[in-house]
Design a protein around this ligand. Structure first.
Ligand SMILES: C[S@@+](CC[C@H](N)C(=O)[O-])C[C@H]1O[C@@H](n2cnc3c(N)ncnc32)[C@H](O)[C@@H]1O
Length: 283
């Protein structure tokens, strides 16, 4: 095995066994970089919406599209995208919904640099920032979106308060997010859940279901809260696709073997979880 492969394996194992304490999502996303993913041509990093999609890129774009529709994105909007990855969805939203401006913020600086290089459109701005401490002025946005990123925010409800602060009255917060509806019961299931949280650097305090989610949004000053479960179109079809995809030559060559094992494995990493689209209006 090459020295690079060995040091990468040490990084993944270090993440898997990093235990509790303050999370640092940039550790995993720096490691994923632009090659450790299942994408065909994009750099999306979400689980996708597979109702009609057959490829990873199409499923990720469909999820972005669904979130944009539920957010009510429209011409002239000032949009803030929190946890923007490599910017694919911002480029897509700009083409499809024609907002006036999208600012993508991301805690992972390496992703911000790549996004800015890939999409040099004057209507798109990419910045390194933490979603729990937004750099935007009060009441400056029409829409705030978080596409499969808010489970990382430490804690997620600090982001809810920040989203309310930066939204104009009547503005919309829209999220594609993971809910934890059943806590693991066996010792083994608890260990798998703990290692999953360590690998993906997600804080334990964000592991709650729809009722708590709704209550936290209300506490932050949101009304008209809608939580729609789309689980059946996300976890299972993602897993089926990933199992086949990791066998392809291209993926064997560029994706780290430990990640191929995780993405291609049969374990129930999504047990006890639901996938939801959530929208809420700033009261
Ligand atoms: C699962 S990826 C999703 C990326 C992108 N939205 C997509 O769908 O391809 C989660 C993203 O959230 C970002 N992130 C994690 N914690 C963050 C925080 N506190 N503030 C801003 N971005 C954060 C990560 O760097 C990563 O880009």
């Amino acid at each position: 095995m090459s020295t690079q492969r060995l040091s990468d394996a040490a990084r993944v194992l270090g993440l898997l066994f990093s235990g509790g304490g303050r999370r640092d999502p940039a550790r995993i996303y720096d490691f994923l970089s632009t090659h450790n993913n299942l994408a065909e041509n994009s750099l999306y990093l979400n689980l996708g919406y597979w109702k009609n999609a057959k490829t990873y890129d199409a499923a990720c774009e469909a999820l972005a599209g669904l979130l944009g529709e539920r957010a009510g994105l429209r011409r002239g909007d000032i949009v803030l995208d929190c946890g923007c990855g490599f910017g694919d969805q911002d480029h897509y939203w700009l083409q499809r919904f024609a907002p006036a401006r999208i600012t993508g913020i991301n805690i992972t600086q390496s992703q911000v640099s790549v996004a800015a290089r890939r999409f040099p459109d004057p209507a798109l701005t990419f910045m390194t920032a933490d979603a729990t401490r937004l750099p935007n002025p009060d009441q400056s946005c029409d829409k705030v979106l978080a596409l499969e990123s808010a489970f990382h925010f430490d804690p997620r409800d600090a982001f809810f308060h920040e989203a309310r602060r930066v939204l104009k009255p009547g503005g919309t917060l829209a999220l594609a997010d993971v809910l934890v509806v059943l806590q693991p019961e066996t010792h083994f299931a608890r260990l798998v859940a703990k290692m999953g949280r360590s690998l993906w650097q997600t804080p334990e305090c964000n592991a709650y279901g729809a009722d708590v989610y709704r209550a936290k949004l209300e506490q932050a000053g949101f009304t008209d809260i809608k939580i729609t479960l789309i689980t059946e179109h996300v976890f299972k079809p993602f897993k089926s696709y990933a199992r086949q995809r990791v066998l392809e030559d291209e993926i064997q060559q560029r994706v780290h073997p430990l990640l191929r094992k995780i993405w291609g494995g049969g374990h129930g990493g999504f047990n006890g979880m639901e996938y939801a689209i959530i929208t809420a209006v700033r009261g």
